[in-house]
Design a protein around this ligand. Structure first.
Ligand SMILES: [Zn+2]
Length: 499
């Protein structure tokens, strides 16, 4: 067992070093690398990926995991959990025939440019045969990975959010369907009145970058351990809790887009910054799951960043940076603008209230596809029917319908629901935090320090040493309950819209 532990840890150290090279490459590719460098670089990345693959499938490493798994009761809690997850991954990987794995990776590389072209030209027929192949693989995969505990779509859902399957998600989305869908329809029949003149102004990027720097202090985004740069799409990346990086994209004709992207990514980043530093030397560092990560970004973006008290505190600074464009904007105008509801076609542009309805539609469709109840032939019409039913809008073309998300062309089935689950976690976490922390007073004090401290103590420090369900239970004292989310939304938007 001692030998196995040594092998396990030595290999992890090497894998983490390769991970650093891959992270730096990914970051550099997205932010600064000259476009002309890609061809030469891609060969080197290929080599790095191959080294990573070889190392993580090394028979001695696998044998070490197996030995440690057999003796798991003798391990400490952190290692016990880690080995359980490592073994699960290993067992799953071995069930996929190597030639199928290679063929699938080839398909993934081929389909992306086809997807992009199909989206640009709104041509579902072009995409359909390739999507069909992805789905065929997914179905085969579900056959290989079937166990007495997990079958069908549940296998994929569990990969993105452990211990969550159709039973949990069905109950979650049923609550949304019964309570949120009718409420969102009622809200969208009302018009929000405010002076939107400032939204027609121009906001030079220099001022926006300055405000992002200001937000860094507000959001406790430690400048000694973080970097903010620019990329096409905002994202968070990093290497342990001492190197957390985010990007943003500034639009001169849209001030609020970059502000809320910054707050969102800083929410992800704060999670990584506040994980127990000792975990950086293990495989249990990093946020625990997709949904828990998204809960941290959305709590900051929507519940903190779109609140009235946040802008009562920080609008003066923004006005100081853009005196001409924002001089006449009132707090009420600004807060209403950043909380306006509109039933749109595009998920990534959706407001806080309707966002999860977009996700619910994708969940229902994925479930239908994988159970064979939805035919790929009929996907655009199934999609459009659901948009009419749940959001009351008529999708004009497939570009703004079935072709808008890249996920399925990457084989990511089961990913979407975590976006909504994260928002729902956020509401439950906020509710628990409000019992210990005077949240409004904390925001008004200028930085969110008391909020950040509470999140560190109750969620962040654990990294991925436990299952997300357990962390949620430790933080909130109860199991997941979607009603906190719906209650929060109904209360907030009833007030804004005077319902
Ligand atoms: Zn996010």
């Amino acid at each position: 067992m001692e030998k196995a532990l040594k092998k396990y840890q030595e290999t992890n150290e090497k894998l983490r070093a390769l991970g650093l090279a891959m992270f730096l490459n990914g970051w550099d590719t997205a932010t600064e690398a000259p476009r002309g460098s890609m061809a030469h670089r891609s060969g080197q990345i290929g080599t790095l990926s191959e080294m990573t693959y070889r190392l993580s499938t090394d028979p001695d490493y696998e044998a070490a995991i197996e030995t440690l798994f057999q003796h798991r009761e003798e391990l400490d809690d952190i290692l016990h959990h880690e080995i359980e997850l490592a073994r699960k991954r290993l067992v799953k990987m071995k069930k996929v025939p190597i030639e199928e794995y290679v063929a699938y990776n080839r398909l993934m590389a081929e389909i992306y440019p086809i997807y992009v072209e199909a989206k640009q030209t709104s041509n579902y027929a072009l995409y359909k045969p390739h999507l069909l192949k992805v789905i065929e693989f997914q179905k085969k995969y579900l056959g290989w990975e079937k166990t007495p505990e997990l079958q069908g779509y549940d296998i994929l859902l569990d990969e993105y959010e452990p211990e969550y399957g159709t039973k949990e998600y069905d109950a979650f989305f049923k609550t949304l369907k019964e309570r949120l869908v009718p409420f969102a329809k009622a809200v969208s029949r009302k018009k929000l009145k405010y002076n939107a003149a400032f939204t027609k102004k121009t906001f030079p990027k220099e001022g926006q970058r300055e405000f992002a720097k200001y937000l860094q202090t507000v959001m406790c985004f430690d400048p000694d351990r973080t970097v903010i740069k620019e990329s096409e799409h905002p994202f968070t990346s990093g290497n342990g809790c001492t190197d957390v990086r985010i990007t943003n994209h500034y639009h001169e004709n849209d001030l609020t887009s970059a502000i809320f992207s910054a707050i969102h990514e800083m929410g992800h980043g704060l999670y990584e910054l506040q994980i127990d530093p000792a975990l950086d030397e293990t495989n249990s560092g990093g946020g625990v799951s997709m949904a828990m990560h998204e809960s941290q970004s959305r709590l900051m973006e929507n519940m903190i960043g779109r609140s009235e008290v946040f802008w009562r505190t920080h609008l003066p600074k923004l006005q100081e940076l853009f005196p001409k464009a924002l001089g006449k904007t009132t707090l009420d105008d600004f807060v209403k603008h950043v909380n306006r509801v509109s039933r749109g076609f595009i998920r990534t542009e959706a407001d806080e209230l309707t966002y999860s309805i977009h996700v619910m539609i994708r969940y229902e469709i994925e479930k239908g596809i994988l159970s064979g109840r939805v035919d790929v032939e009929d996907l655009p019409s199934v999609w459009n029917k659901k948009y009419k039913q749940y959001l009351g809008i008529v999708v004009p073309d497939d570009k703004r319908g079935i072709l808008q998300d890249v996920h399925w062309s990457q084989g990511s089935f089961g990913y979407f629901p975590t976006y909504s689950l994260g928002s729902a976690y956020a509401a439950q976490i906020y509710h628990a935090m409000a019992k210990d922390v005077d949240i409004d007073a904390a925001i008004a004090s200028g930085t969110i320090r008391p909020i950040a401290d509470w999140l560190k103590e109750h969620i962040h420090r654990y990294g991925s040493t436990k299952y997300p369900k357990e962390i949620l239970r430790l933080a909130t004292g109860e199991d997941f309950n979607p009603n906190y989310y719906v209650d929060y939304l109904i209360q907030k938007y009833s007030k804004i819209y005077g319902l």
